[in-house]
Ligand binder design. Structure first.
Ligand code: DAT
Ligand code: MG
Length: 139
């Protein structure tokens, strides 16, 4: 099974959209393999977003992602699941995301864009290892 890390970001939890977001993955036919509501700290967010630490928006991103609890999920399905989840999420900037996608239907701001999904199988393994080290991600 191909697995990916999904984060329902603090804005999604605050707005009561976690059920809606999980429901979209479930209705698509994907499976929820793990889930936990957790307050993320700067250290873990620095590891998760290591490719963005030098970006001008990094400070705002970490402040947003750590302001209240996020819902962490491991989502699984057939080959291509990482890409399927990205398609269901929509473009990074919700103003450009297509209607019918999570970001396209519920977002308007690029920082508060509701949901994270790993961008490749290798990233998914790395990210699942950060948040769910107890899961066997390579077996
Ligand atoms: P994605 O979350 O679609 O994989 P990303 O990895 O490029 O996008 O960026 C990670 C997060 O950082 C993104 O979800 C929102 C924030 N972000 C990206 N680009 C931004 C920008 N130009 N201004 C503000 N925040 C940005
Ligand atoms: Mg990304």
């Amino acid at each position: 099974m191909e697995k990916t890390l999904v984060i329902c970001k603090p804005d999604a939890v605050e707005r009561g959209l976690v059920g809606e977001i999980i429901g979209r993955f479930e209705r698509k036919g994907l499976v929820i393999l793990a889930g936990e509501l957790r307050l993320l700290d700067t250290e873990v967010l620095g590891r998760h977003y290591s490719e963005h630490t030098e970006k001008p928006f990094f400070g705002d991103l970490v402040a947003f992602m750590s302001r209240s609890a996020a819902m962490l999920l491991v989502v699984g399905g057939p080959e291509g699941t990482v890409g399927v989840v990205r398609t269901l999420m929509g473009s990074t900037d919700p103003r450009q995301a297509a209607p019918g996608t999570i970001r396209g239907d519920f977002g308007l701001a690029v920082t508060e864009n509701l949901v994270h999904g790993s961008d490749a199988v290798e990233s998914a393994l790395r990210e699942i290892g950060i948040f769910f080290p107890e899961l066997e991600t390579r077996g």
